[in-house]
Design a protein around this ligand. Structure first.
Ligand code: ASP
Length: 448
């Protein structure tokens, strides 16, 4: 949006606050002051209260524990007492009027009555939503009235968009608890863990937000895993496509499924830190605006524990359908593949060892039949995959050369190379024992 002076004005911001941002009454106060800084922050999606200190328990975990004790016919009062205390102390600390004690009693009765695990877990966000709505003086919209799931627990995207946008059409400041919705017949269903991020994205799309702010306890994404690189640089701007590549390889801050609704709707997501409200965080967008200079690489992420199935066969290149038959062996056993580098008479299929191991002998035997008499198949393990991601690679010559030279100087043997077709990433496979050294070599080559 532009105002008369041509400067940008944000009209509507949807905010999602994670569990650590709502862990106690002090955190609630920080949330309120963040909202007061920017009156166009009009919608809030809370998680359930998270950990206040490292050894603390998350309310969602406690709720799952209550459900599982109740379903075994065992007492759950002790676990529920901890939950009750969390909410009562927030309500007392903020002098709230909402009758949270009765709402807690109803949840306890619901657990005892044998409600589903989804229902029990969802109460963490539901109760937190009641508290924050009361504290802010905002409307509370039960997510069961806006987010629609199929009977088998899949999000019904179009129906959700229609229902949510109708429910929020009056543009009143509203709290919508994260993580759950309901089927058409009213049964509560949840997303997978961390799913409040998805609720936030769905609300942002439904109201046509200018920005979806996702407030958490870190100041956005880092260029590499801080457990490997000491104090890695922060990523200030990244595209949804780049982030998808990095998240797939393990960079986690945001639920993977939270990107799709906002990406498609062209709404940027801003990862922010509740404890550092003036830090700009990481902006994720389709096309970052006004890019004067784009860094060559945006981030590095990787994983250990892959296996390589190497298949050789004479004249493989002229046998139409051979690759499909190999992949069919995996598909029949529900094993997804990660990469598929091919030669003329050979192909490699890279799969997560965890997914392959239960069917390993079977896979070897079946592919063995396909190459009988004219080839061979073998599996080698302990390979890591490292993705170096950057939209800047398209514009820069020699990125691959620099990357491989850095690896060679560090005496790392490259076992596999794959460059994504969009020139957005370079993927290398190395021995698990070289994993950390590879990330160091690449990071220091490009970032310093
Ligand atoms: N409270 C849920 C969880 O712990 C959902 C969320 O926080 O996003 O997974």
């Amino acid at each position: 949006m532009l105002n008369d002076g041509g400067t940008s004005v944000l009209e509507c911001i949807v905010t999602k606050f994670g569990g650590s941002s709502l862990a106690n009454d002090e955190q609630f106060k920080k949330v309120r002051s963040i909202l007061e800084l920017e009156p166009t922050r009009q919608y809030l999606i809370p998680s359930a209260p998270g950990k206040r200190f490292p050894s603390d328990e998350k309310v969602t975990d406690l709720l799952y524990a209550c459900h599982s004790l109740a379903s075994e016919g065992r007492p759950f009062a002790e676990e529920f007492r901890k939950i009750r205390e969390r909410y009562l102390s927030i309500a007392a600390g903020l002098h709230l009027k909402v009758d949270i004690a009765s709402a807690l009693d109803q949840v306890e009765q619901g657990i005892a009555a044998g409600n589903s695990a989804d229902w029990c877990a969802s109460r963490g966000e539901y109760l937190c939503g009641l508290l924050i709505a009361d504290y802010l003086g905002w409307r509370f919209l039960d997510a069961a009235e806006g987010i629609v799931f199929s009977e088998n627990g899949r999000l019904l995207d179009d129906e959700t968009q229609a229902k949510l946008s109708a429910a929020l059409a009056d543009r009143k400041p509203t709290v919508v608890p994260g993580f759950y919705g309901a089927t058409r017949s009213g049964e509560v269903r949840t997303f997978s863990r961390g799913g409040s991020d998805i609720t936030g994205a769905l609300v942002a799309r439904a109201v046509g937000a200018d920005v979806y702010e996702n407030w958490t306890d870190v100041s956005g994404f880092l260029m590499a895993d801080p457990r490997i690189i000491d104090g890695p640089a922060e990523i200030s701007s990244i595209t949804y496509k780049e982030l998808r590549e990095l998240s797939h390889m393990g960079a986690s801050v945001l639920h993977e499924d939270a990107m799709f609704p906002v990406h498609r709707a062209g709404i940027p997501t801003n990862i922010r830190n509740t404890n550092k409200p003036y830090h700009p965080g990481t902006m994720i967008s389709k096309n970052p605006p006004n890019e004067l200079s784009v860094p060559t690489i945006t981030g590095i992420a990787g994983h250990k524990g892959y296996s390589v199935i190497s298949v050789e066969k004479n004249m493989m290149n002229s046998e139409v359908g051979f690759g499909r038959k190999v992949l069919q062996v995996l598909e029949d056993r529900n094993i997804p593949f990660e990469h598929l580098p091919t030669g003329i008479d050979s192909m490699c299929v890279v799969v997560a060892s965890e997914a392959l191991n239960p069917a390993r002998e079977d896979v070897l035997a079946e592919i063995g039949k396909l190459v009988e008499g004219s080839g061979s198949v073998s599996i080698s393990d302990q390979m890591s995959i490292i993705a170096t991601v950057g939209r800047g690679m398209v514009h820069n010559c020699g990125t691959a050369a620099r990357l491989f030279s850095a690896m060679s100087r560090a005496r790392i043997n490259v076992r596999m190379i794959d460059q994504g077709s969009s020139e957005l990433s370079i993927i290398v496979g190395v021995n698990d024992s070289d994993f950390e050294a590879t990330i160091h070599a690449i990071y220091h080559e490009f970032v310093g």
